[in-house]
Design a binder for this molecule. Structure first.
Ligand code: PLP
Length: 423
C-alpha cells in the first residue's frame, strides 16, 4: 500500500471520503492528487494524467479555469459565508432559469443528495402521498429513501441493500427497470393514489450512461399526469452536459421538479432543486415543508457557479467543440476496440459516455450488469498506466471537458489501442 493510502486509512474508512475513490473494484490503489489544471490532474509524485473524471462531472470547463478561479478569489476576499441573502444568489438563479425554463422557483442547497432528498420531501408534502418510484440502478445521492437498488458506488461495490435504512422507509420506494413504461404503469395500478412522485435520471449516468428510448420520458410524463403524481428529473449529472440546460430541454418534456448539482456549482458545493412555482411555494417560509441549510447559497460556491454558467452561455462555440471532441473520442475508442477484436458497447449523451465491455446493447441496469467487469478493471489499470485517468468503475461515466485538446484526444486513443491489445 502507498504510504499516503496507509496513513489516510488510519483516519478514513478505506482511506477515502467517498467510496468509489478507493478504487476497490479495479484492483489497484488510487493516486493522491495534489493539483489540477485544464484537462490534467497531477498526483503527489508529480505524475500528470489526462483526466476524464472531471471531479465526477463538475469540471466541464476543465480544472482551475481562469474566470472561475478569479471569481472565487474575488468572492473570498469579501468573506466566506454570511448566512444571509446576497445579490449573487439571484444572479445565479436568473442564469439557471434561462437554462432551465422548467424551473420557475428554486432553492439552493450544498449537495446533489440534499437536492433530491428535499425534492422527494416536497413531492410527498405537496401530494400528501407516501410512495415514490425510482429506477433500478438509478442513483440520486445517498438519502435513505433513494438508496434502494441504487447505482454509482452502490452498484460498483455490489451492495444489494444498505443496512441502517429501516424497512419502513425503504418499503415506500418502488423500483422499476429503466426504459420500461409497462412496469411503471403496473406500479401506478397497484398503488393507486398513493404515489407522490417518480424520480428519474432522464439519461442515466450512474449505471454507466444509458439513454432513454424514444417516447420513454414522454410516457413517464403521461403516466404521472394520469395518476396525479409529480415527475422529478434528477439532472444533477446531465445538467449542462448535453446543452446549456437539461435533458428536459433536449427532449421537450416538462418535469414538475428538477434537481441540479455538479456543473451548476462549478466545482464548489452547490446544488439546486426547483420547478413549478405552485409546488415550490410549499417550501418554508412560504409553506409548511421545512428545509434549511447553514451554508446554502454559499457566496464562494455561488460565484463559481455564476462564472461557470456565464462561460457556457457566452461562448457560442463551446458546446459545438465539446460534442465534436466527445464524438472523436467515442469513434476512436470504438475503432480501437474493433481492431483488437474487443466487444464493447458505447453509450454517449453529449459530453458524458460509458464504454461497456458488453456485446449487447445496454438499455437498463440488467443489461449494464452483463458487462465484463474484470475486463473493465484490466482496461482501467492499463489506461491508468498510460496516464489516462478514467472513472474507476464500469458503472460510471467518463466526462469530456472544454479543456481537452486534440493532442489529449490523440494520446487517449493511442493509449486505448495499446491497452485493448493486451486484453
Ligand atoms: C452525483 C449525483 C447525485 C448526488 O450528488 P452529490 O453531490 O454527490 O450528493 C444525485 N443524483 C445524480 C444523478 C448524480 O449523478
Amino acid at each position: 500500500m502507498s504510504k499516503e493510502l496507509e496513513l489516510a486509512s488510519k483516519y478514513f474508512p478505506g482511506g477515502v471520503n467517498s467510496p468509489v475513490r478507493a478504487f476497490k473494484s479495479v484492483g489497484c490503489e488510487p493516486p493522491f492528487i495534489k493539483s489540477a489544471y485544464g484537462s490534467k490532474v497531477v498526483d503527489v509524485n508529480d505524475i500528470e494524467y489526462i483526466d476524464y473524471v472531471g471531479t465526477w462531472g463538475p469540471a466541464i470547463l476543465g480544472h482551475a479555469e481562469e474566470s472561475v478561479i478569479e471569481a472565487v478569489r474575488r468572492a473570498a476576499l469579501d468573506g466566506l459565508s454570511f448566512g444571509a441573502p446576497t445579490l449573487a444568489e439571484t444572479e445565479l438563479a436568473q442564469l439557471i432559469c434561462e437554462a432551465f425554463p422548467v424551473i420557475e422557483k428554486m432553492r439552493f442547497v450544498s449537495s446533489g443528495t440534499e437536492a433530491t432528498m428535499s425534492a422527494i420531501r416536497l413531492a410527498r408534502g405537496f401530494t400528501n402521498r407516501p410512495y415514490i418510484i425510482k429506477c433500478d440502478g438509478g442513483y440520486h445521492g445517498h438519502g435513505d429513501s433513494l438508496l434502494v437498488s441504487a447505482g454509482s458506488g452502490v452498484a460498483t461495490l455490489g451492495i444489494p441493500g444498505c443496512p441502517g435504512i429501516p424497512e419502513g422507509i425503504a418499503s415506500n420506494t418502488l423500483v422499476v427497470p429503466f426504459n420500461n413504461l409497462e412496469a411503471v404503469k403496473n406500479v401506478f395500478e397497484t398503488h393507486k393514489n398513493k404515489i407522490a412522485a417518480m424520480i428519474v435520471e432522464p439519461v442515466c449516468g450512474n449505471m454507466g450512461v444509458v439513454n432513454p428510448k424514444d417516447g420513454y420520458l414522454q410516457g413517464l410524463r403521461k403516466l404521472c399526469d394520469e395518476n396525479g403524481s409529480l415527475l422529478i428529473f434528477d439532472e444533477v449529472m446531465t445538467g449542462f452536459r448535453g446543452c446549456f440546460g437539461g435533458v428536459s430541454k433536449v427532449v421537450n418534456v416538462k418535469p414538475d421538479l428538477t434537481t441540479l448539482g455538479k456543473v451548476v456549482g462549478g466545482g464548489m458545493p452547490l446544488a439546486v432543486y426547483g420547478g413549478r412555482a405552485d409546488i415550490m411555494s410549499m417550501i418554508a417560509p412560504d409553506g409548511p415543508v421545512y428545509q434549511a441549510g447553514t451554508l446554502s447559497g454559499n457566496p464562494i460556491a455561488v460565484a463559481a457557479g455564476i462564472a461557470t454558467l456565464k462561460k457556457l452561455k457566452s461562448d457560442h462555440t463551446f458546446y459545438v467543440k465539446l460534442f465534436s471532441n466527445s464524438e472523436k473520442i467515442e469513434k476512436g475508442l470504438i475503432a480501437a476496440a474493433k481492431e483488437a477484436n474487443i466487444k464493447i458497447t458505447c453509450n454517449r449523451y453529449g459530453a458524458m459516455m460509458t464504454l461497456f465491455f458488453n456485446e449487447e446493447q445496454v438499455t437498463d441496469y440488467d443489461t449494464a450488469k452483463k458487462s465484463d467487469t474484470d475486463k473493465f478493471a484490466r482496461w482501467f489499470r492499463g489506461m491508468l498506466n498510460q496516464k489516462i485517468y478514467l472513472a474507476p468503475s464500469q458503472f460510471e461515466a467518463m466526462f469530456i471537458s472544454g479543456a481537452h485538446t486534440d493532442l489529449d484526444i490523440e494520446r487517449t486513443i493511442s493509449a486505448a489501442k495499446s491497452v485493448f491489445e493486451t486484453l
